[in-house]
Design a protein around this ligand. Sequence first.
Ligand code: COA
Length: 367
Amino acid sequence: MPYAHITGWGMYVPEPVLTNDDLAKIVDTSDEWIRERTGIRERRIARAHEFPSTLGTKAALQALSVANLRPTDLDLIICTTSSPEYVFPATAALIQDQIGAPQAGAFDLMAACSGFIYAVNMAAQAIRSGSIRNALVVGTETLSRFVNWQDRSTCILFGDGAGAFVLQASSQPGGVLSAVMHSDGSGGNLLTLPVLGGRVPANEATLHRGHQYIYMDGREVFRFATRMMVSATEEVLRNARLSKEEVSLIIPHQANYRIIETAARGLRLPMERFVVNVDRYGNTSTASIPIATVEAVQSGRLKPGDTVVFVGFGAGLTWGALAAKWTGPLPSPRKITVSRYRLVGRVRSLLRRLQRYLEGLIWGRKA
Ligand code: COA
């Protein structure tokens, strides 16, 4: 049975920065309140021409470049997002087209902020089963478009960004060691975004009631998050037969500094063992774990051979954790220029569209 290694990683955050002081000009809040209660100082906000697929594509290309893998060698793309570009088509399919990955199946996975852990686990399971060799997992968000900028209890929390991992099969032991995924739909009402779904139509009445925005019971989510971060981490380590002492780094979902601090206390681990960057990006939902990972690699905190635990929670309610032996790129004979493959992919995509247009002319279009 092959092992599933994480061989590439990438991130992209939009340039515009929204600070706490900027927010204090919009709603009744202050930099001090936000920093004390959440640890957040600023977040990034996507520009008008940036969408989940735009951000996700940039992170994906970087991840492929690190892995030194051609987009054409991808068998599977899983995009996980809490702010999809459309209900359908899947954001994963938009990314498949933009990176030029003609052999890849593509689908979206919805598990809110736990999505990245779920998706990496699903990709790893597909590789371990032998059915695929190369997978791309993307977490991408433009949650700023679903935030009620009049609601001070939620608008301070979220930010935009994307992160991606490449996973590849190898006979070398290592990579994803174990994972746990959990859910409790009885708490679904605690964190919701109603209008994108089929239950609450987008009409004048529902829009007037603000159903197109994120609703959250902050205190309840806080209590749930601190409990589940501890239990999921302990469970995944038990399954992987690892002790806490063997873990080099824990990369948690970045929702609130106080949640991470409380979980660290619960696990009796020092904060130095946790990666925290919520201060600079806020909660980027499915993108927060890969963004934190990329920064940990870049700062030298995460190195090949290290044991790392990813742990997250989110709407659903959902939660999960994944333990991995950190690998890095697999050896390959020559350096690949990913942008060249992307260019070919763009041309292929244009030709497909042209072909469809011409076929429409030949066979006639129904009005
Ligand atoms: N600025 C100033 N005051 C604010 C505020 C803000 N941005 N947001 C809320 N308040 C006020 C409330 O109105 C309330 O005032 P009141 O006591 O007069 O009613 C007071 O602050 C305390 O509100 P509370 O909701 O109890 O604050 P809190 O300490 O629980 O912090 C959160 C609020 C949202 C920061 C916190 O609950 C949290 O982080 N929850 C988890 C959220 C999360 O992680 N969500 C994503 C999951 S993936």
